[in-house]
Ligand binder design. Structure first.
Ligand code: ADP
Ligand code: MG
Ligand code: MG
Length: 881
């Protein structure tokens, strides 16, 4: 087996297609080399080697050392330098890189191969002792932290002290002697801390770094990130060993990062930052304020690369074009300039916000880089969620306390916390928080995930906080330098001297960078423009229809704006709680006899009819499925003595009698109790009233408006065909009576929910009595797992965390179990009634992977909450493409 792949001008063994084997970084380094871009040569140890390494108890297979040595020789030839050579040393960078980019999973070690001998060679070669010792001290810092596992703060502290004693602010102001002295101080500290010398042997350094990269695959940060992003542990990481180029050799050198388009808004201009005389992570870590690449995007404070190094800028601009044409996607690149010579160090598909994703997809179609299908596939359904939520009301009054960089758009309000732990704990209590940090690091990911928004005092648009927040779709304001964060006092101070403490509420606007006092009003998003265009394409490709779950005309209107093509579930019980209707409902439930119930129902009838009129009107002839009363009656019972007494008054019965009745209606396991069609069987007058209200509303509207309305009457919780047979006959009688009374011509359908395993298993029988099925996957999940949704909160999260279950089955459909029942239900239903309409109305109707399942199972439609309608539409298109 080949475990090492070389890349260099004369020989490149890998390429973009080997992403799984070489990791994203390695594959792209090879690809860039192959298309002629200036990439320092190097070689990649494969992800397969990582997997072997763990399979063999952290040992390498035979022959790997020889393979690495051979590639190192090729590299020495390519660079005309020798690793460990006292006169002409080759220095290396050792970089991790898995299949998908994992920000901050593993830190890179730069300048590897330096020791007290080789540093002399570097001085002689470069004629620059300051540069050589700067590289050396950086190497020790990185190696001690990443490979030897020392706390990074320890050496950083020594560096800070040195700057203080020399009276300088920036490390670029330290002299060669200062840096040389630092090297000695660092080495002593390493020995004191770890009890052994810093390794001088380049060979030992190299293998130490390789081991550390492979080892980092299992470190807790990486494990957390993988879990959050569902990345399998057996993918492994690759290791890239590459010749160093130097951005820290003086002011004709630089290092930078850039996106080929703006990753926040998607605008088509070169978006990036660089630092002169700097190396590696300096830009991202925010040790100095970076300068813009493009003159156009400069605020005029600091000169752009375009102005400082016009030739390099032009070359970079050409590379930007070439990369976008080659990869047909927006790229995130890293580069270094050594003595005016440009080197490319990385390219990858750039992370972007939802609105940027939409704009870039639509623009690239226009530019001819991709076709419409590709454009649709470029936007992840889940990501749309970001676009569908409110942003700050431009007319709201707001008190701006500071302004930072608009690092990741959206609006968020919450209480201030200063640590990831506090953010996580507060979120567990259901509190909304804003995580405020001087800067964030990969250790903070769990806290960023828990917070509504992130505010940092330091760091640019490409800082850790900005990149991670954009990936998460979280609002972030970064580099807000005017606030002084004091972790100890748990507070920050604004430029005007106002103090904000932990627990105070602030609002962030990630689109403008503004930080505001208190919580600020928001407005609904606009769904036109690029978004509208993309959704047009989406609708061309999908087969699955998308309906919404809506109980009120208002919900229905929102959903129609989002593109809903009907109502898949109207829960009539919600109407029973409206205003003071509950009194009449309680009267009905607690009546002694049929007559009493009918009297109470007569009060409810006109209100229900009004509800249905509103819904039908809003849906203008689109299909509307109305579910007859479903929940156990006890949910409607009076809770307090006061409510009970009021009711007794209205009903003119003693409170005591009512109390008995309430106690009698109490159920031990109401979800499996007297609910759904069982109510229809024992209290038929309830369903009679509802069917009457539905049909009267339909008849009146048809006469009035002239469009067709075909109400779909849905009977819940059927387990046996006999229940449905009985209730259907009765509903038909009622409906036909209304129709003939109005002398109208109205069609209607009667169908059922499939939400009990027995119903799915006998769907062929049930279909004889049902013109449509709607899979109620919330209850079906409950009844298949024997898992109470209302009680699962106590143990289900730990099931997911310990990977006993892959997902929360109430969020993502359990395709193997519950999904099997859905498939059986579809198959058997269609067998008895080939034209039966099939839909799903559980929460799963808006979950992208479940939508794809529904497409494959051959359902006609999914129904989901209004805000998830566009997500379901896009997922349905992905399923069809
Ligand atoms: P990450 O995966 O965190 O982006 P990288 O492996 O890209 O880590 O390394 C981080 C930075 O280190 C790069 O952006 C670049 O500035 C610097 N770097 C990496 N390899 C080299 C190299 N061969 N020469 C000079 N700088 C390098
Ligand atoms: Mg890094
Ligand atoms: Mg990188």
């Amino acid at each position: 087996v080949k475990y090492v792949y070389f890349f260099g001008a004369d020989k490149t063994e890998g390429g973009g297609q080997l992403r799984n084997l070489l990791g994203g970084k390695g594959a792209n380094l090879a690809e860039m080399t192959a298309i002629g871009l200036p990439v320092p040569a190097g070689f990649t140890l494969t992800t397969e080697l990582c997997t072997e390494f763990y399979r063999n108890d952290r040992r390498y297979p035979d022959g790997v050392r020889e393979e690495v040595a051979e590639n190192l020789r090729s590299l020495e030839m390519a660079m005309d330098k020798r690793f460990g050579d006292p006169a002409n040393p080759l220095l290396l960078s050792v970089r991790s890189g898995s299949r998908v980019s994992m920000p901050g999973m593993m830190d890179t070690v730069l300048n590897l191969g330096l020791n007290d001998t080789t540093v002399q060679g570097l001085i002689d070669q470069s004629n620059d002792a300051r540069f050589a010792y700067d590289s050396y001290r950086r190497f020790i810092q990185m190696y001690a932290n990443v490979v030897l596992g020392m706390d990074g703060e320890v050496l950083e502290h020594i560096l800070e002290n040195m700057k203080e004693t020399r009276g300088v602010d920036l490390d670029t102001e330290l002299t060669a002697d200062d840096l040389k002295q630092l090297v000695t101080l660092f080495k002593t500290k390493v020995k004191d801390t770890l009890g052994h010398d810093f390794p001088d042997d380049p060979e030992e350094q190299l293998w130490g770094a390789i081991n550390a990269v492979f080892g980092s695959w299992m470190n807790p940060r990486a494990v957390t990130y993988r879990k959050l992003n569902s990345i399998p542990a057996d993918w492994g990481t690759a290791v890239n060993v590459q010749a160093m180029v130097f951005g820290n050799m003086g002011n004709d050198c630089a290092t930078g990062v850039a996106f080929t388009r703006n990753p926040s808004t998607g605008e088509n201009y070169f978006f990036g930052e660089f630092l002169l005389n700097a190396q590696g992570e300096d830009v991202v870590a925010g040790i100095r304020t970076p300068q813009p690449i493009d003159k156009g995007s400069s605020d005029g404070q600091l000169p752009s690369l375009e102005e400082v190094m016009p030739e390099c800028y032009q070359q970079l601009l050409d590379i930007r074009d070439l990369l976008e044409k080659h990869y047909r996607d927006m790229q995130d690149i890293e580069f270094t300039i050594e003595n005016h010579k440009l080197y490319m160090l990385q390219t990858r598909g750039g992370k972007r916000t939802a609105s940027a994703a939409v704009k870039i997809a639509v623009d690239m179609e226009k530019e001819g880089l991709i076709d419409k299908k590709e454009a649709v596939l470029r936007v992840a359904p889940e990501q749309l969620d970001q676009l569908l939520h409110p942003s700050l009301d431009p007319n709201a009054c707001k008190e701006i306390i500071a302004t930072g960089l608009p690092a990741s758009p959206g609006a968020a309000s919450g209480e201030i916390v200063f640590s990831a732990e506090d953010a996580e704990n507060a979120a567990k209590l259901g509190l909304k928080v804003i995580l405020v940090r001087i800067e964030t690091s990969p250790e903070d990911i769990h806290g960023m995930n828990a917070a509504q928004g992130i505010l940092t005092a330091r760091g640019g648009m490409t800082s850790h906080a900005a990149v991670v927040a954009r990936g998460m779709g979280k609002c972030c304001v970064a580099g807000c330098g005017s606030i002084k964060v004091d972790y100890k006092a748990q507070q920050f101070t604004t430029a005007s001297g106002d103090v904000f403490k932990k627990g105070d509420v602030i609002t962030l606007d990630g689109s403008t960078g503004e930080v505001m006092k208190g919580s600020v009003d928001t407005v609904q998003p606009s769904l036109t423009g690029d978004f509208g265009k993309l959704m047009e394409w989406v609708d061309q490709y999908r087969r699955l229809r998308v309906r919404t779950n809506a109980d009120t005309p208002n919900d229905a209107a929102v959903a129609r704006d989002f593109g809903a093509e009907g109502i898949g579930l109207c829960r009539t019980e919600h109407m029973f709680f409206e205003g003071d209707r509950i009194m009449a409902v309680r009267e009905m439930i607690l009546s002694e006899d049929v007559e009493g119930r009918k009297q109470a129902l007569a009060k409810i009838l006109p209100m229900q009819k009004g509800d249905f009129l509103g819904l039908f009107r809003e849906m203008k002839g689109l299909p509307v499925t109305i579910r007859l009363l479903d929940p156990p009656l006890h949910e409607f019972l009076p809770h307090t003595d006061k409510e009970l007494e009021e009711l007794a008054d209205v009903m003119k019965v003693p409170a005591k009698t009512l109390k008995h009745k309430v106690e009698y209606l109490h159920e031990f396991n109401p979800m499996l109790g007297h609910r759904g069609c069982r109510l229809g069987v024992t209290y038929p007058e309830i369903y009679d009233m509802q069917v009457q209200a539905i049909m009267e509303a339909a008849c009146e509207l048809i006469a009035e408006e002239g469009y067709e309305i075909v109400p779909e009457i849905m009977i819940p919780l059927v387990g046996h065909v006999a229940e449905l047979k009985l209730l259907r006959a009765r509903a038909i009688r009622t409906a036909d009576e209304v129709i003939s009374r109005y002398a109208a011509e109205v069609k209607y359908l009667i169908g059922t929910m499939i939400e009990l395993p027995r119903a799915a298993l006998t769907a062929d029988e049930i279909a004889c009595e049902a013109e449509f099925f709607s899979f109620g996957t919330n209850d079906l999940t409950q009844t298949t797992f024997g898992l109470s949704r209302d009680d699962a909160g106590k143990f289900l999260p730990s099931y997911v965390q310990r990977e006993i279950l892959p997902n929360d089955p109430f969020v993502t459909l359990d395709q193997d179990g519950v999904g099997q029942l859905v498939r059986i239900g579809c198959e058997k239903g269609r067998k008895s009634r080939p034209d039966i309409k099939l839909g799903i109305c559980g929460e799963h109707g808006g979950d992208p992977s479940s939508v794809i399942f529904c497409h494959n199972a051959g359902l006609n439609y999914v129904s989901c909450s209004p805000y998830r309608v566009p997500i379901a539409r896009l997922a349905a298109a992905h399923a069809a493409l």
